[in-house]
Design a protein around this ligand. Structure first.
Ligand SMILES: [Zn+2]
Length: 278
């Protein structure tokens, strides 16, 4: 799906997915399934079954008047217990964007489902002309050699960025990557997890990346996702991001929400709800 944010085209992309291999009891370990089950009637597309969420590996492209920006590079084929990805390049091509056209790759964070097609099997950069941006805090955390065994995807998909044009974004400050595309620190899911504001001609979008894993968290921002590295920071980030979009004319994107992964957040029945774009 493409939406226009002023002069910028925001394109929602999927690298693939299927059924998430872990159930809601694993994703939200503090929340009884009985509390989650009623949400299926509200968000049917966000439930693969009574017990399991769907998996969807989202990414976004931004066509601005000055640059083509890719937000995350999908999961690719090395997905372990997760359903395969690998559809991202085709999805980009379907919108007329070839890998060589991408000027900037910005990573929301360095989990494997967001960096999986940065380098090809032969070690060549997939986006050969791009410069790259990632939060310094994520770079430090995930490329720490003492943690290499915990993050096996880093050696092939992330570490070689050190030899390329790499912009490490400082913590605690927003940073305009290209005109109209602003990186916003949103820590908690990972130490340097980054949201993106897109703004042009008075219109605005906010890409939440993985700050919210599932739409139920909009009404329950305190629900801990087991993949959040700092649950308290993640919860505070969710509340802060929610305040920037709730009942406002802001298009919202979230990597793991169901297709089209773009919508608005508005108060319905007294609580924040996800209203996907049709
Ligand atoms: Zn993710």
């Amino acid at each position: 799906m493409i939406v226009r944010i002023g002069d910028i085209e925001l394109i929602s992309l999927s690298d693939g997915g299927g059924v998430f291999p872990f159930g809601f009891d694993g994703v939200f370990p503090d929340v009884p399934l009985a509390e989650i089950a009623p949400w299926r009637a509200v968000y049917p597309a966000a439930f693969a079954s009574e017990t399991h969420p769907p998996a969807r590996y989202g990414a976004f492209a931004l066509r601005t008047p000055s640059a083509t920006v890719l937000v995350d590079t999908g999961f690719g084929s090395e997905t372990g217990p997760f359903p395969p990805g690998g559809l991202l390049l085709g999805a980009l091509a379907s919108h007329g964007i070839m890998a060589a056209d991408v000027d900037v790759v910005v990573f929301s964070h360095l989990h494997p489902d967001h960096v999986g097609q940065t380098f090809a099997a032969d070690g060549e950069a997939v986006f050969e002309h791009a410069r790259y941006a990632v939060a310094a805090a994520d770079w430090r955390h995930f490329t720490d050699p003492t943690r290499a065994a915990d993050f096996p995807w880093i050696a092939g998909q992330v570490a070689p960025l050190a030899a390329r044009e790499l912009h490490l974004l400082p913590a605690g400050a927003e940073h305009e990557l290209v005109e109209g595309v602003v990186a916003v620190p949103a820590p908690g899911h990972t130490p340097g997890h980054t949201a993106l504001v897109v703004r042009s001609c008075g219109a605005q979008a906010l890409l939440l990346a993985d700050a919210f894993f599932h739409p139920v968290q909009l009404a329950q921002p305190e629900w801990r996702n087991s993949a959040d590295s700092d649950p308290a920071a993640a919860s505070a980030t969710r509340s802060a991001l929610l305040a920037r979009v709730l009942d406002l004319d802001v298009i919202v994107g979230a990597c793991h929400f169901p297709e089209p992964a773009l919508g608005r957040v508005a108060t319905v029945a007294g609580e924040p709800r996800w209203l996907p774009l049709a």
